[in-house]
Design a protein around this ligand. Structure first.
Ligand code: SF4
Length: 350
């Protein structure tokens, strides 16, 4: 059937038939696809949120090596969890993973629940992850609609509703669930993910090898990159900070962030609001009781979070006293023991 002659429902109905054989022939060999164990699929899906596949593989393998099952995750030391997650960012994800593992231990006798409503009740599991686990592990007709799937559907349907609106996501998920193929729900979810990751990519979609090109409206019209449509972006808030790299005999001062808010509960380098000059920095270090000797260097760094951009000036200061209310870490401890978010760790890459 010609793309133009097909209505939206016809197009949705064409998806499983077009995508499933393509996926089975072309899927990448990824470690979390070796089985359909819910713990494995769940951990991989949480890691893959906001992070590229290539970056996740090493983290995933290390995480499962250290924490091979739900019980070990539920009982893990939070410091170890942060260390295993270091560099992946969005640390609330790993804290929620542990909370959910504890829920599974307490409420489901350690067995990952197989009902969608129960999966959805677990900490950190939103509609996307619940849909992924429910369909891949339990063959339930539940859609997992993320940015990749929204992009594919927007293009195939020439749908110009903004994809960041919850109403768009919900409508597309509901329409997809109507056509989930019985017995192949997990493969259908993964086929959509794979198409978005390898073929219907954001900038230059590879329509020439796409199994949906026969009925894709955007491909027919040649305006693929007009989709997806997004609402205008809000400007990120900019925060200026002065970061102190206090070095006393080769050990570096760390402190803990508060238990709520951005990077909650993680280690950080001591820092102050605003951009301080050399005199102000020396005064601040004096007040911290570290016996500052001299500033060694200053370097500019920035870090972008979802809604905030930090613009940081990092001062390395040689010190003569280890103030007791700071934690002092050797280079080996910085590498192996303390989880320091990328926003701060980048000051050691000078
Ligand atoms: S034909 Fe092109 S635009 Fe349409 S789904 Fe395939 S890759 Fe995307």
């Amino acid at each position: 059937m010609e793309a133009r002659a097909m209505n939206d429902l016809d197009i949705y109905r064409s998806l499983p038939e077009a995508l499933l054989p393509w996926y089975r022939q072309n899927k990448r060999d990824l470690p979390w696809r070796h089985d359909r164990e819910p713990y494995h699929v769940w951990v991989s899906e949480i890691m893959l949120q906001q992070t590229r596949v290539e970056a996740v593989i090493g983290y995933y393998e290390r995480f499962l090596h250290v924490l091979p099952d739900i019980r070990s995750l539920a009982e893990a030391d939070p410091e170890l969890l942060h260390k295993l997650w270091e560099g992946l960012g969005y640390y609330s994800r790993v804290r929620n993973l542990q909370k959910a593992a504890q829920q599974v231990m307490e409420q489901h006798s350690g067995i990952f629940p197989n009902r969608h409503e129960e999966i959805r009740q677990l900490a950190g599991i939103g509609p996307y992850t619940a849909g992924a686990v429910a369909s891949i592990c339990f063959e339930l007709p539940k859609a997992a609609v993320d940015g990749n799937v929204l992009r594919i559907l927007s293009r195939i349907l020439s749908d110009d509703r903004p994809i960041d609106k919850e109403s768009t996501k919900a409508a597309m998920a509901a329409a997809l669930e109507e056509v989930y193929p019985e017995g192949s729900c997990g493969d259908f979810t993964q086929a959509l993910m794979e198409l978005g990751a390898t073929v219907c990519i954001p900038k230059s979609p590879r329509c020439e090898i796409c199994p949906a090109r026969g009925f894709c409206r955007a491909h027919g019209a040649g305006n693929m990159t007009d989709y997806p449509v997004k609402s205008p972006k809000k400007e990120k808030r900019v925060e200026q900070k002065t970061v102190l790299i206090l070095d006393c005999g080769g050990e570096i001062a760390l402190c803990k962030r508060g238990e709520t808010g951005l990077l909650a509960g993680l280690w950080e380098l001591p820092n102050l609001p605003g951009h301080l000059d050399a005199d102000e920095v020396m005064t601040a270090a004096q007040e911290m009781g570290v016996g500052p000797d001299r500033p060694e260097w200053v370097v500019d760094r920035s870090h972008i979070f979802t809604h905030i951009r930090w613009e940081m000036k990092g001062w390395r200061i040689l010190c003569t006293q280890k103030a007791e209310d700071l934690t002092w870490a050797s280079p080996e401890e910085l590498r192996d023991k303390y989880a320091l978010p990328t926003a701060f760790r980048q000051f050691f890459e000078v």
